[in-house]
Ligand binder design. Structure first.
Ligand SMILES: [Zn+2]
Length: 154
């Protein structure tokens, strides 16, 4: 005889959907009722840089600055008890140390950012956040209002 909880699970139509997803090779959800979400948190900093590997004569070889905008995205299931994936403050806490390193600096002087394209900076930030934010899903670096790069991991 089945226990009541098993009978309830078998009666739940979502189980059938999950079984179908399993058979299709999709990863199982973390919890049958947990909605998966993405959270984003934005940070800003000012910094100077030059791109020494840009083509000869390219404007980005000259010393210049940006008002950088960085969007950190985390993804995962909603904690049913709290109703959130995580506290935005956790993302801010993880990023704070990087703000101290990056804000009002000459990026070329920072190890790993000697050629700080948006691509390299996005990965540099990802590498430093991953240990503190296991749910990290993307890092977007905007150098200007219209130009940015998103890194989603290796
Ligand atoms: Zn630039």
């Amino acid at each position: 005889m089945k226990r009541p909880s098993e009978r309830l699970r078998a009666a739940d139509p979502r189980d059938a959907l999950e079984r179908a997803a399993d058979e299709a090779g999709a990863p199982p959800p973390a919890s049958p009722r947990a909605a998966r979400v993405e959270l984003t948190k934005e940070f800003r900093f000012e910094a100077a840089h030059s791109l020494p590997r840009a083509p000869e004569g390219h404007k980005c070889r000259r010393l210049h600055g940006h008002s950088y905008r960085v969007t950190v995205t985390v993804a995962g299931p909603v904690d049913p008890a709290r109703g959130w994936l995580m506290d935005y403050g956790e993302i801010s806490g993880a990023f704070q140390g990087l703000l101290d390193v990056l804000d009002h600096r000459y990026l070329n002087e920072i190890e790993g950012l000697e050629n700080s394209t948006a691509e390299i900076l996005a990965r540099w930030i990802w590498d430093r956040l991953r240990g503190k934010l296991p749910q990290i899903a993307a890092v977007t670096v905007h150098e200007t209002c219209t130009a940015g790069c998103t890194y989603r991991g290796p």
